[in-house]
Write a new protein. Structure first.
Length: 531
C-alpha cells in the first residue's frame, strides 16, 4: 500500500469519529451560549473532552509520525501536517483533558451569566459600554467600571489553574510553555511576531503620544481634573481598546436602522449573499445569553451562524460586519475540499477579512450608500472617520501590545504578581494610570485570557493582512473602476471567493496571502494607514 493510501485510510477512520463529534459539540456550545444552560454546558464539556481525547491518542499519534514522508497528493501532505500538529498539541493524560474542559466550562458559564450590579441596578455589557461613552458622572463611572471588573475575581483562580495545567502539558511535550507551544503549532514565529510588534510600537510612538496627550487634556477638562488624575474609568470602554466617540456621532445614523437588513444588503451587493447565515443566527439580547459576539461553523458543510447582541448604533453595526466577515469566509469555502482543509488558512486570515469588513461602519462612502446619509455630509464624515480610523489603529495597537506581552509573561511565570504586572503593562503601553491602591485580578476580566489563550496576536496580524488585501483590491482588482466599487462591486466578492475563501486551508497562511496578493505579509500597508 502506498504512503498516500495509508494516510487516506487513517484520515477516513479519523473523520468517522471526529466529524459527528465536532458537529454535536458545536451545537451544544451554541445552545450554551444562547441560554447559559448548565445541561447544555455539561453536554458541550463532555463532547469537547471526547474530541480532545481522540487527538490525545498516543497510538494514533505514533501512526501519524510513522507516516511521515513524500506524498504524491499535495492535499494529503497538507492534511498530514495539520493532523500531526493537532495530535502533537493534544498529547496528555485523559484526566488532564477532563480537568481542563471542566475549568473552561466553569469560566465560560461565569462570563455568560455575569452582570454588573451598580446601585441596585443590573447592567448588561451594552449598559456598561454606554455609561463609559456617555456619562459625565465620575463617581458613577468608577462604580460601573469596578463592577464590570468584578468578574475577574470570580474567574482568576480557575484561569490560573488552567494556565498551570496547560504549561505542565506543554513542558511534558517538550515546549518551553503553553504560549510558546501555541505559536509553534499555529505556524507562527514568536520572535518574529514580537519583534514586529515592538517595531510597530516604536514607529507609532510619536503619533500615539501626541494623540494621547490631546485626548487626556480633553477628558481631564470634561471631568474638571488634571490629566494626571485620569484613571481607567475616565476612558471610553472597559479596556480602552476602542476609539472614543468622534466629532461626528455615528450612532445617530443607525438609530432608526435595521442592522440585520443593512448587513444582508451590503454582502449581497458585493456578491456574497448571507441570507442563509442570518436565518441561522441569533442577533439580539436575551437573559443569560453570551454578551459578546462570535461566528461559528457548525459542520464545515454550510451551517454557519453568528451570535450578536445588537443595539441600533455604530458599535453593533461594525460588529455585525465583522462577524459576517468571518461567516462568509466559512460559508464560501470549497466544500469539495477534504474536510480537514475546509475553512480559513489561519485564524489571522479570517480575522483579516472580518476586520476589513468591520471598519466599514465608520467609512463615509459606505455610510452614504448603505446608511443613506447625504453626500455632502458623507464627505465630512469621511474626513473625520479617516482620522478616527487612524486613531482606532493607534489605540488598538497599544491594546494588543498589552494583551500579548502580559499573556506571554503570564505563561512564563504564572506565580508572579500578576495584578501588578497587568497595570505595569497598561501604564507602559497605553499610558493609563493604575487605580490608586487597587490590587485585583483585572487581567482576568478579559474573556480571551481564559478561553482563547495565545490568540490575541492574530487580531493585529489580521489588521496587517487586511491592510494588504485592501491595497490589492484598490490597486489591482478594482483598477479603473469607480471609487465606490469597493462597496458596490461584485468583483470584490468574486475575488475573495476565488483567491481567499475557496482555497481553504490548502496553503499555510503566508503562502495563502502571497497567492491572493502576490506578496507575503508586508506591514508597510498597515503603517501607511497609521501615518
Amino acid at each position: 500500500m502506498s504512503n498516500d493510501a495509508r494516510l487516506q485510510k487513517f484520515i477516513d477512520a479519523h473523520l468517522a469519529v471526529v466529524r459527528p463529534l465536532h458537529k454535536e459539540s458545536a451545537l451544544a456550545w451554541w445552545e450554551h451560549s444562547l441560554t447559559g444552560s448548565e445541561e447544555a454546558a455539561a453536554r458541550a464539556a463532555d463532547l469537547t473532552s471526547r474530541m480532545m481525547k481522540v487527538y490525545a491518542n498516543p497510538e494514533e499519534y505514533a501512526q501519524l509520525r510513522a507516516l511521515q514522508g513524500d506524498y504524491d497528493d499535495p492535499l494529503l501532505r497538507r492534511q498530514h501536517d495539520m493532523l500531526l500538529r493537532g495530535y502533537q498539541g493534544a498529547q496528555m493524560p485523559p484526566e488532564y483533558i477532563d480537568r481542563l474542559v471542566k475549568l473552561e466550562v466553569q469560566v465560560e458559564q461565569e462570563f455568560n451569566t455575569y452582570r454588573a450590579v451598580v446601585r441596585g441596578e443590573t447592567l448588561t455589557e451594552n449598559n456598561v459600554r454606554e455609561t463609559l461613552r456617555e456619562s459625565s458622572d465620575s463617581d458613577y463611572r468608577r462604580e460601573v467600571w469596578e463592577a464590570s471588573k468584578a468578574i475577574g475575581a470570580r474567574v482568576a483562580e480557575p484561569v490560573l489553574e488552567m494556565v498551570r495545567l496547560r504549561n505542565e502539558v506543554a513542558r511534558q511535550q517538550g515546549f518551553l510553555n503553553h504560549y510558546a507551544k501555541e505559536f509553534i503549532l499555529d505556524e507562527l514565529n514568536e520572535e518574529r511576531v514580537f519583534a514586529l510588534f515592538e517595531e510597530l510600537a516604536a514607529l507609532t510612538d510619536p503619533l500615539w503620544k501626541e494623540w494621547k496627550a490631546q485626548f487626556d487634556a480633553r477628558q481631564a477638562a470634561r471631568f474638571s481634573i488634571t490629566p494626571e488624575q485620569l484613571r481607567p474609568w475616565h476612558y471610553t470602554d472597559q479596556f480602552f481598546q476602542e476609539p472614543p466617540p468622534g466629532d461626528f456621532n455615528l450612532d445617530r445614523y443607525f438609530a432608526d436602522k435595521d442592522l440585520e437588513a443593512l448587513t444582508k444588503r451590503f454582502f449581497q451587493t458585493i456578491g456574497l449573499p448571507v441570507d442563509t447565515i442570518v436565518a441561522s443566527s441569533d442577533l439580539y439580547e436575551k437573559p443569560n445569553k453570551n454578551q459578546h459576539a462570535f461566528c461559528t461553523d457548525i459542520d464545515r458543510e454550510g451551517d454557519v451562524r453568528v451570535l450578536c447582541n445588537n443595539k441600533p448604533n455604530e458599535y453593533w453595526m461594525g460588529t455585525m460586519l465583522h462577524e459576517f466577515g468571518h461567516a462568509v469566509y466559512d460559508y464560501y469555502t470549497d466544500f469539495s475540499l477534504p474536510y480537514l482543509l475546509r475553512g480559513p488558512a489561519h485564524t489571522l486570515s479570517t480575522e483579516a477579512i472580518a476586520e476589513l469588513m468591520g471598519r466599514l461602519s465608520r467609512d463615509g462612502e459606505w455610510l452614504r450608500i448603505y446608511a443613506g446619509i447625504p453626500a455632502e455630509e458623507a464627505q465630512k464624515v469621511d474626513a473625520a472617520a479617516r482620522e478616527e480610523t487612524r486613531t482606532k489603529f493607534l489605540i488598538f495597537t497599544r491594546w494588543v501590545l498589552v494583551m500579548c506581552n502580559f499573556e506571554r509573561a503570564l505563561y512564563r511565570d504564572p506565580e508572579q504578581d500578576l495584578n501588578r504586572l497587568w497595570w505595569d503593562m497598561v501604564e507602559r503601553y497605553q499610558g493609563i494610570h493604575r487605580p490608586d491602591g487597587r490590587n485585583a485580578p483585572d487581567w482576568a476580566s478579559k474573556i480571551h485570557m481564559a478561553l482563547a489563550p495565545a490568540y490575541y496576536q492574530n487580531y493585529l496580524l489580521g489588521e496587517m493582512e487586511a491592510a494588504q488585501i485592501l491595497n490589492h483590491l484598490r490597486t489591482k482588482v478594482l483598477s479603473g473602476e469607480p471609487p465606490d466599487a469597493l462597496y458596490t462591486s461584485p468583483k470584490v466578492g468574486q475575488w475573495m471567493r476565488e483567491k481567499i475563501f475557496l482555497p481553504g486551508a490548502v496553503r499555510p497562511w503566508e503562502e495563502a496571502l502571497e497567492y491572493a496578493t502576490g506578496e507575503k505579509l508586508n506591514p508597510a500597508y498597515f503603517v501607511a494607514q497609521l501615518k
